[in-house]
Design a protein around this ligand. Structure first.
Ligand SMILES: [Fe+2]
Ligand SMILES: [Fe+2]
Length: 278
């Protein structure tokens, strides 16, 4: 264990605000009323949901692993404010993992195995990185995808428990996306003026990273095309919205960081950061 500074700075006030907000917003699967009568009774719909939720549960577990592995890295970089925030992000993904595991029990179905759904596994493995900002530009895809799918469940209102889960997760995802914005914006705001080549190179690298993760999302959505349609999602619209929103969010975080570096803008407040793209 390495502690580089016994007394951390904790001077990044926005990172601290979002950490406090996360601490105050915790909830658990035990708060959900699992006894509510099931509205999904059709066997074919249960089968479709069992398959379609596979990347959702896989994504929650992958996020738990990747967030947890970045906590010590942030400590080593003396980014203690972000390290503190990520402890709550890990708790959030742990909660989501439990929620969908219990929802599978309610459905009486199982997710597809990795052998039957390699596209989902390949998508998740593309996101993994030990570099925080690089990881954030990849995980942006899975966070936006989770947000779009939860919005879809809320709109379709297939089952009262699923709608309740979706409502709670949307609040958590807004916070994850808000932190993503703040972190990337802060990173660029410290890189110097817009004329700085380092900022250009990093922006290009992050967009490239996002594109590579996005490329792996296409076969994953394609593998679930018929199930998505059967449940009430439009797979083409889902992919289109995913690409638009993720690219827009990354670009906004970079642009606003660069404007701050040039003294042309103020830093975003955590609430504004969460609302971007909403
Ligand atoms: Fe999650
Ligand atoms: Fe998340």
């Amino acid at each position: 264990m390495k502690i580089y500074k016994v007394l951390p700075d904790l001077s990044r006030t926005r990172h601290m605000k979002i950490w406090h907000k996360a601490l105050r917003s915790q909830w658990s699967a035990a708060d959900v009323d699992w006894q509510k009568p099931q509205r999904i009774t059709r066997r074919s719909l249960k089968d479709q949901l069992g398959r379609m939720l596979t990347p959702v549960l896989m994504g929650e577990q992958a996020a738990l692993y990747s967030v947890s592995s970045l906590i010590p890295i942030l400590g080593q970089n003396a980014e203690v404010e972000s390290q503190l925030y990520l402890t709550t992000w890990a708790v959030d993904e742990g909660r989501h993992t439990e929620l969908f595991t219990r929802f599978y029990h309610r459905l009486d179905r199982e997710p597809m195995s990795i052998r039957r759904f390699p596209a989902g596994y390949l998508f998740q493995s593309q996101i993994v990185s030990k570099d925080v900002v690089e990881w954030l530009s990849g995980v942006l895809i899975s966070e936006v995808l989770a947000k779009l799918v939860m919005e879809g469940f809320r709109r379709l209102d297939l089952d009262p428990v699923l709608s309740e889960i979706a409502d709670g997760i949307l609040v958590d995802e807004a916070r994850h996306l808000g932190f993503n914005h703040i972190y990337v914006e802060d990173k660029f705001s410290r890189l110097g003026t817009p004329a700085n080549g380092e900022a250009d190179a990093l922006a290009a690298h992050l967009h490239d990273r996002l594109s590579r993760v996005l490329e792996k999302a296409t076969p994953m959505i394609e593998a679930l095309r018929d199930d998505l349609i059967g449940i009430g999602f439009d797979p083409d619209e889902l992919y289109h919205d995913l690409e638009q929103e993720a690219r827009m969010r990354l670009q906004k975080a970079i642009d606003s960081g660069r404007r701050i570096a040039a003294g042309q803008a103020e830093v975003s407040d955590p609430r504004q950061a969460e609302a971007i793209g909403a």
